[in-house]
Write a protein that binds this ligand. Structure first.
Ligand code: ADP
Ligand code: ADP
Ligand code: MG
Length: 672
């Protein structure tokens, strides 16, 4: 076995590979750019080598630097992770020349499968179902139109070198084709340096279902079942699960057989993924093969109990597969949520900055439920602008789909992140979505269900009672503690039964709370004979100051996040983030007399996201800015943070000057 390997990647996947290597007794070498000096993968590896500036082309994508680093460290093999150089045939070739083992497939497989036109032709020859379409390069807009007319609308124009959802256009008509052809081609040119495009039938409302294959250098090829990845945003995966709720045994068997046949035809070795799209009638078509470890491989690991990275390393070491197809058993249900540093409420704009608080739920394996976190960051660390916005993967496993979803919902509730924007509220909302729960999926799911973007779930119905009751319980515990401290116990004062009024948006709930101090807290409705009665029995060891609240409510485990504000709490639970004011009855009477404070419209302002010092202003008053434009730099915690425009607009006024020190939410500039 190898004594030392280098991991030519960063973030969660570098950490994940290091974990397995360590378990196998293999020493690990990390590489890092200037932006990653303090990154988690650097600390985790046995040694770490600096490879250049933050820009990936000058560091993680620089073949020469990676090969040199491996030589310097004496690494015998390189694991490329995903992205970066993982599907780069020139990289595999350079390693061969240098006498370093590439932990991945052979060069020919990378080359054939790395090109969509070529891989499609290859698959068709191997009798794999491919999407109906034109088999070659399309040279002109005129040709694109006549091919599309022949295929029948809608069609998809795709970059042959494409990846990561880039270089694709859908065309519903002749007019769309001419335009789509030009834009797909220029995007392909700028993203991949290769402007070849082709055209195939656009399968409407398909599902994305892919098969994991595993092969060795001795001719053994098996598959490890499927993953469904239909929940995508702009052709990028958000949620993945295994197995697929859509496949019957017959379809599963024939898709698995085709995936294995394709891998065998290309003399595949290592792990790989054969992606298919599947229409409503369960017709399936080959999309592409990814010749690498996939982001979502943990769901396969959880239902098969196999460590895919270990198998990759063993195969690269020349060992034959230690599992045969009949040894592979699928057990239970696994789901992965990709935690992205992006703002779901602002059209998923990437978010960067300091992770002021980062507390994922604990990894655990108990009562038939598993929680796994593949993470590449830590509390206090920095999310930089240079790399992927994915910061962690939350993966769960349960006996069946419903229990896995419930478990995911709770784990998301317990995932605390402050300091940057993140998509957990969106993921939490998805977990409650009836169509997701029913497994009624398609790659258009997010576009169909959130046509105007995502806004926070509002508390209503049973959620309203639940959130109000948590607020009251939290308030009750805080008051009890406060009273103990100030010894303000009055004679005859009933510390254990208090009436409270909760204002949650437009809703006023009158509640009575009792118990606590080691006893369950009981929350009842205080008014209205018919609706009067016990709502919840709440057991929790929450203590003031804890941001995470967990406990049993009527015997069911519940997780929520508590952020105290004046007279109340912001309570986050299941994608709901609600401000609950908790008043005594007297306070409520007075509060009712107070004018309701209008929530200011902050969309016209650039607010300072953290306390910091203004370093520079990049725009002038009256200037037109586009979404994403650099507006100013604010230094915080010794880091310079570039603040960018969230949408197109004109700068009306600039309120600060370089050198000013700012508080959170200070207005930096105003837009028209
Ligand atoms: P998966 O199917 O494993 O989810 P993705 O398509 O999401 O794969 O890509 C995995 C990673 O590789 C992502 O970080 C993505 O940004 C990156 N990636 C994929 N293809 C390319 C490409 N052609 N160029 C640059 N990055 C890519
Ligand atoms: P990439 O290399 O960018 O991952 P893929 O070919 O795998 O490109 O396609 C990415 C996604 O785009 C798929 O998961 C699917 O949602 C959608 N897609 C691709 N081709 C088609 C098609 N012919 N019809 C419908 N959807 C498609
Ligand atoms: Mg793909």
């Amino acid at each position: 076995m190898f004594k030392k390997i280098l991991i030519a990647n960063r973030g969660e996947i570098a950490c994940r590979v290091i974990k397995t290597a360590r378990r196998m007794g293999i020493a690990t070498v990390a590489v890092y750019s200037d932006a990653d000096r303090d990154a988690l993968h650097v600390g985790m590896a046995d040694e770490a080598i600096h490879i250049g500036p933050p820009e990936a082309v000058k560091s993680y994508l620089d073949i020469g630097k990676i090969v040199d680093a491996a030589g310097k460290a004496g690494a015998e093999a390189i694991h490329p992770g995903y992205g970066f150089l993982s599907e780069n045939a020139a990289f595999a070739r350079a390693l061969k020349v240098a006498g370093i083992v590439f932990i991945g497939p052979n060069i020919r497989a990378i080359e054939i499968m790395g090109d969509k036109i070529q891989s499609k032709a290859f698959a068709a020859k191997a009798n794999i179902n491919t999407v109906p379409g034109h088999p070659g390069i399309v040279e002109s807009a005129g040709e694109a139109v006549s091919i599309s007319n022949e295929i029948g609308y809608p069609v998809m124009i795709k970059a042959s070198a494409g990846g990561g959802g880039k270089g694709m256009r859908i065309a519903f008509s002749k007019d769309d084709v001419a335009q789509g052809f030009a834009s797909a081609r220029s995007e392909a040119k700028s993203s991949f340096g290769d402007d070849r495009v082709f055209i195939e039938k656009y399968i409407e409302s398909p599902r994305h279902i892919e098969f994991q294959v595993l092969a060795d250098a001795h001719g053994h090829v098996i598959h490890l079942g499927e993953r469904e990845c239909s929940i995508q945003r702009r052709n990028q995966k958000v949620l993945e699960e295994a197995p697929s709720p859509f496949l019957d045994e017959e379809t599963r068997a024939s898709m698995g057989a085709q995936a294995v046949a394709l891998a065998a035809a290309v003399d595949y070795q290592s792990v790989g993924t054969v992606e298919f799209i599947v229409d409503k009638e369960r017709n399936f078509y080959f999309l592409e093969m990814n010749t690498r470890l996939q982001v979502e491989h943990p769901v396969t690991e959880l239902i098969t109990g196999l460590d895919l990275v270990e198998h990759m390393i063993r195969v690269a070491n020349g060992e034959p597969l230690s599992v045969a197809q009949e040894d592979v058993k699928f057990n239970g249900w696994a789901i992965e949520s990709r935690i992205y540093a992006e703002d779901p409420f602002r059209n998923f704009l990437p978010s960067t900055g300091r992770l002021v608080r980062y507390r994922p739920p604990l990894e655990a394996d108990a009562d038939g439920l598993t929680t796994r976190i593949d993470t590449g960051v830590y509390e206090g660390g920095e999310i930089s602008i240079y790399y992927d916005p994915m910061i962690a993967k939350l993966v769960v496993h349960g006996p069946d789909r419903e229990q896995a979803i419930d478990h995911m919902a709770r784990a998301l509730d317990a995932f605390l992140i402050d300091g940057i924007r993140h998509n957990i509220p969106f993921l939490s909302a998805l977990m409650q979505h009836p169509r997701w729960r029913a497994g009624d999926l398609s790659t258009n799911f997010i576009a169909d269900e959130y046509p105007d973007g995502f806004s926070p779930r509002l508390a209503d119905g049973p959620d309203l009672d639940l959130i109000a009751s948590i607020a009251v319980a939290v308030d009750h515990v805080s008051n009890t503690k406060r009273r103990h401290i100030s010894l303000q116990m009055r004679d005859g004062f009933d510390a254990f039964s208090e009436r409270r009024v909760v204002r949650l948006g437009d809703n006023i709930l009158k509640l009575r709370v009792s118990g606590g101090q080691g006893q369950p807290i009981v929350v009842e409705r205080a008014e209205g004979q018919k609706r009067k009665g016990k709502l919840f029995k709440i057991e929790s060891d929450w203590w003031p100051g804890a941001a995470l609240w967990h406990g049993m409510i009527n015997g069911q485990p519940v997780e929520a996040q508590i952020r105290p504000v004046l007279n109340g709490y912001i309570i986050s639970h299941r994608g709901i983030s609600a401000l609950a004011y908790v008043y005594t009855e007297r306070e409520a009477e007075l509060a009712a007399l107070m004018p309701i404070k209008e929530v200011p419209d902050t969309s016209k302002f650039l607010l300072c996201p953290m306390p910091g010092l203004v370093v520079s202003i990049a725009v002038a008053e009256g200037q037109q800015v586009r979404a994403g434009d650099h507006l100013c730099v604010v230094e915080a915690m010794k880091m310079e943070n570039v603040l960018r425009a969230e949408k197109d607009g004109v700068v009306r006024a600039i309120k600060v000057m370089p050198g000013d020190s700012l508080a959170v939410d200070a207005v930096i500039m105003e837009f028209e």
